[in-house]
Write a protein that binds this ligand. Structure first.
Ligand code: ZN
Ligand code: ZN
Ligand code: FE
Length: 763
């Protein structure tokens, strides 16, 4: 038999071995380039039981995609054996994602009688590092960053004992033979301080002291270095912000366990389950009033991003500190997370007071993943550590291997062949040399790991995206590739289709900040009629100028000026606060917009949210992408759309139809003049957007007969909007597809590009 899926490095061979032994079957099990193969022989009843159990009792980290069997002649062997792995040949096996330390390992780590007591690198077949330490396939110790550590006799005995939990656990080790912690600075290096029997060790104890003294500690994690400070210390959190050049984008907080998490956030069952899952993402949830974290951790934010410890070192550190810990990516502002030690010491030297590291190398960079829960369903915001490189399976086959280069912001790439689409971990914004290198090196690593030689290369239509340029250069370099340009919002909708295992056609609502349109203008409030093969633009938000171009993205008040002008409201004359606050430049900006100087027009829904936020006084300038919309969502509150009522936007019924977003801004002004409370206005605005989406979809249903709606684009990270829109559409008889496994924001673009390019390639 052959077992395909994520079946290597997850204890599958020992599982098969013990199953066969229990049933008295002879034969062999092994890893090869396709996954796991096994031959069993014995009484027919036992063989049947074996096949049943193979699927039903598989180990926790295994993801079985397919089991195929055929009959062969028995060779009379009564014994069962595990075959050694062989390298070479085409590689089709799947590398598992990294997994949080399991309960068995935690119990051993806490047991003074255990030889791994207090050992920060304890792991077993059911847990530990995987994807981030794999240098090549098949997954065996010599092809991981554990290659340089020779197992001691007791570890080797466990590794070779089929009855042991560490049987063929590739990263297994102990204080005698495995990696060691080191602590560097300020002014000291404490190396090799972890000794069996000494508990958490000197390095952890000293590191905890530094944190409790308000210092910034760099800590090596699974997919990169973090920066850590005491989450209760305003001074430490503020110092970290200053040194990292991160003004008010929230920091994630690590807490020791679910009980500690519940002290900070109100968690529902789904959120608690996500927090405690083996993937251990950052979970965004509602912050408790008076939650004991410093203001500088998540300034002005009603949510907190929490995570639980996922490495043994995290567990030891949290226990030694005894309070919540800020744990944020080890980087300066928008650069990628540092993962090599030399890089960390170099780039984080100006931020961290001390470094807590170790000598097990990280081979692949992987940031923490970020999720939210909606109606009990997992919604990924950033798909990275713990998820990558698990593939998204499609129902059809990619005819030729595809590389999709993704978008510019929140970039991921996607390599696909047969029926698997492999999305990269989060790369980041392709705006500097370091991120671009992460992108190109990542593509090379994935090509090797999954043995994919792309023949079709999909890219965005925006000529200035570095991902687009990378694709075009492949062709210029004379590589034998077919280029496929894919419109940004079509890619969003296709990504949503692939996420749901659908092919369309659907009504696609793609609402985001920015995407290059087929007419050369900036789109972002799009109603498409789309399947994987193509799309037509059925409708869109009425375009407005972006006065000053990119400046209008950083300064939402400029969008307020443009929208108020489009709404026919002389804001200064009307005495609006937003005009008064920005009095110095207001008239100039309105003039820019009217003349169309440095003012590209856009149908972006993100800019409509920006305008609303500025008019309402939520925010005139943003320090990170989406900040104004996030604060507007929080102001509206989770119950928006209930009794508050909703504004209404008119529709100009052409083909494509145009929705007058300015009507919503006019309604906000009217409510402001009546003295309506800001949270009520925010709720009515959300209701207005929900309403205009529903009306637009009804118009397209009349025109096309389609009644399935796919919702995609970064604007739908707003769960108040997503929830309200899905509920309203369903009430009107639509079926609604939303994202779950892949983010709706631009990090999902690469998957959409891949499936669109493949659809064209199949024709
Ligand atoms: Zn374990
Ligand atoms: Zn050992
Ligand atoms: Fe987008």
């Amino acid at each position: 038999m052959r077992v395909e899926g994520t079946v290597q490095g997850v204890g599958f061979r020992p599982f098969v071995y013990s199953l066969a032994s229990r049933l008295g079957l002879g034969g062999v099990v092994g890893n090869d380039v396709d996954g796991v193969f096994a031959e069993v022989e014995g009484p027919p009843g036992a063989v049947r039981k074996f096949l049943l159990a193979l699927e039903n009792e598989a180990p926790p980290l295994a993801r079985i995609e397919r089991i195929t069997t055929r009959e062969i002649l028995p060779n009379g062997s009564g014994a069962f054996a595990i075959a050694p792995s062989e390298a070479g040949g085409p590689r089709r096996t799947l590398v598992s994602a990294d997994s949080a330390t399991c309960a068995d390992c935690l119990a051993e780590m806490a047991d003074p009688a255990d030889r791994r007591f207090g050992y920060p690198f304890i792991n077993c077949t059911n847990c530990g590092p995987r994807f981030t330490i794999v240098t090549d396939v098949p997954y065996d110790r010599p092809l991981t960053t554990m290659a340089g550590f020779t197992m001691c006799a007791p570890c080797a005995a466990e590794y070779h004992d089929p009855a042991d939990r560490r049987f063929h656990a590739q990263p297994t080790c102990c204080p005698a033979c495995g990696p060691a912690l080191w602590l560097a600075g300020p002014g000291t290096v404490v190396a090799g301080t972890v000794v069996a029997g000494t508990g958490a060790g000197e390095a952890v104890r000293r590191a905890a002291e530094l944190i409790l003294a308000g210092q910034v500690l760099a800590v090596k994690g699974l997919g990169g270095w973090h920066l850590a400070v005491d989450a209760c210390s305003q001074q430490a959190a503020a110092a970290l912000r200053g040194r990292k050049h991160r003004e008010d984008k929230p920091f994630a907080v690590m807490v020791a366990d679910l009980a500690a998490a519940r002290l900070l956030c109100e968690l529902d069952e789904a959120e608690a389950a996500l927090l405690a899952s083996q993937r251990r993402p950052i979970v965004l949830s509602a912050r408790r009033p008076g939650a004991a974290v410093a203001d500088a951790v998540a300034p002005g934010n009603r949510q907190l991003g929490l995570m639980l410890p996922y490495t043994p070192l995290h567990h030891l550190l949290l226990a030694a500190i005894g309070r919540p810990l800020v744990l944020t990516s080890g980087n300066v502002s928008d650069e990628p997370i540092a993962y090599r030690d030399s890089d960390a010491l170099d780039r984080l030297g100006g931020i961290a007071d001390a470094f807590l590291g170790h000598d097990r190398a990280i081979h692949v960079r992987a940031d923490d993943s970020v999720v939210r829960a909606l109606r009990g369903r997992e919604m990924l915001m950033r798909r990275s550590r713990g998820y990558a490189p698990e593939p998204v399976r499609v129902r059809w086959a990619f005819r030729r291997p595809v590389l999709a280069c993704g978008a510019e912001l929140k970039n991921t790439f996607c390599l696909a062949k047969e029926n698997h689409a492999f999305l990269s971990p989060h790369i980041g914004d392709l705006e500097n040399a370091e991120t671009l290198r992460s992108f190109t090196e990542g593509i090379e690593h994935f090509r090797r790991l999954f043995d994919i030689e792309p023949r079709v290369v999909a890219h965005d239509l925006h000529p200035e995206y570095l991902s687009t340029k990378y694709a075009l250069e492949l062709e210029e370099d004379g590589r034998d590739v077919h280029l496929a340009g894919v419109q940004h919002h079509h890619a969003h909708i296709a990504s949503c289709l692939a996420d749901n295992g659908e092919d369309g056609p659907v009504i696609g609502v793609a609402f985001d900040g920015t995407g290059f349109g087929t007419d050369g203008t900036i789109w972002g409030g799009e109603f498409l009629v789309a399947d994987l093969a193509g799309f037509t633009r059925g409708g869109h938000l009425d375009p407005v100028p972006m006065p000053g171009g990119a400046a209008a993205i950083r300064q939402p008040w400029r969008m307020a000026a443009a929208y108020l002008d489009a709404a026919g409201i002389g804001a200064a004359a009307a005495g609006l606060d937003v005009a008064r606050r920005n009095e110095r430049l207001w008239a100039d900006v309105v003039r820019l917009a009217r003349r169309g100087v440095h003012s590209p027009v856009t149908s972006s829904a993100g800019r409509l949210f920006d305008a609303a936020a500025a008019v309402l006084g939520v925010r005139d300038a943003v320090n990170y992408e989406g900040q104004a919309a996030i604060e507007l969502e929080q102001l509206a509150g989770p119950d928006a759309g209930g009794g508050a009522g909703a504004y209404r936007a008119g529709i100009e019924p052409g083909e494509p139809f145009r929705v007058r977003g300015a009507d919503l801004i006019r309604a906000i002004v009217a409510d402001l003049e009546k003295g309506t409370a800001a949270d009520v206005i925010a709720a009515r605005f959300h209701g207005g957007v929900t309403g205009l989406i529903t009306e637009g979809c009804e118009l397209l249903r009349e025109r096309t007969g389609l009644s399935t709606v796919a919702l995609s684009g970064g604007v739908f990270q707003n769960l108040v909007l997503l929830h309200g829109t899905a509920a309203r559409l369903e009430a009107r008889g639509f079926s609604v597809l939303a994202h779950s496994r892949v983010p709706c924001n631009d990090s999902g673009i690469s998957l959409g590009q891949a499936v669109i390019a493949a659809a064209a390639d199949r024709r």
